[in-house]
Design a binder for this molecule. Structure first.
Ligand SMILES: Cc1cc2nc3c(=O)[nH]c(=O)nc-3n(C[C@H](O)[C@H](O)[C@H](O)COP(=O)(O)O)c2cc1C
Length: 224
């Protein structure tokens, strides 16, 4: 019976609480994580689903301050380049805080493993399912971190090839995320980009369709 499989109401509420209160964090306090916390978060990620069970994720812990500084410079440079491509919202974008690399307790680089072409299970027509799998792993980590009161910020402003070289990655490996992890002054009550007026959550009717794509869909984003 499905009721026997169901979690208890407080357990369900806890899962929903983590989902609702998970935030992308960019403000951190320097307090170190307790022993074992980082390993638990990586374990949460490693328990994630993956196409063909390929487990394409690899995690590199960055404890070297000089490396962190180089990565921070890379992210700032990429943010500036991104700003050049924006027209009306350039100034607003440049004021955004998009990372906490120098402030957080721990930095992880998440990479796709090399030789992924050998895995065809579920990827013949959609090879990017490996990337989707890494996204699932990071989401697991994000939720586990929130439940433990630890903030996580996902940073994607970087040139993958340059970061791969900096971290001596083998041919074919591809960095896809820099994760800033650590204690935070407070979790933002809403997505930071919502709070500052950059965007807002779409309505359910804008993302959930019946039996095909609706005619006259209004959700096409405007350029900025
Ligand atoms: C794949 C991915 C890449 C992201 N890259 C960045 C980033 O480089 N910098 C940043 O500040 N936020 C980044 N974010 C966080 C989003 O801005 C954030 O998830 C979104 O604004 C919604 O806020 P919330 O996560 O607090 O709900 C990224 C999120 C995802 C899923």
């Amino acid at each position: 019976m499905s009721d026997q499989q169901r979690y208890t109401d407080p357990e369900i509420a806890a899962v929903w609480r983590a989902i609702r209160e998970r935030r992308d964090m960019r403000h951190f306090v320097p307090t170190p994580l307790a022993d074992g916390a980082l390993e638990r978060l990586v374990e949460a990620a490693h328990l994630g689903p993956s196409v063909g069970y390929m487990q394409p994720w690899r995690f590199i812990r960055i404890s070297d301050l000089a490396l962190r500084r180089r990565m921070h410079q890379m992210v700032c440079a990429e943010q500036a380049k991104t700003a050049e491509t924006l027209s009306s919202r350039r100034e607003e974008f440049l004021k955004l805080k998009v990372e906490g690399i120098l402030d957080c307790a721990e930095v992880l680089v998440v990479a796709l493993m090399p030789n992924r072409e050998r895995h065809v299970f579920g990827r013949r027509t959609m090879p990017h399912m490996d990337l989707m799998s890494v996204g699932c792993a990071i989401q697991n980590m994000w939720l586990a971190a929130r439940a433990e009161g630890i903030g996580l910020g996902w940073v994607s402003f970087f040139e993958p090839q340059a970061l791969a070289e900096l971290l001596a990655m083998p041919e074919g490996a591809e960095p896809v995320a820099i994760l800033c992890i650590g204690h935070v002054p407070a979790f933002y009550p809403r997505p930071m980009l919502e709070d500052i007026g950059w965007g807002q959550r779409l309505g359910m009717d804008e993302v959930l369709f019946d039996n095909g794509w609706p005619a006259g869909d209004r959700s096409t984003p405007t350029a900025y």
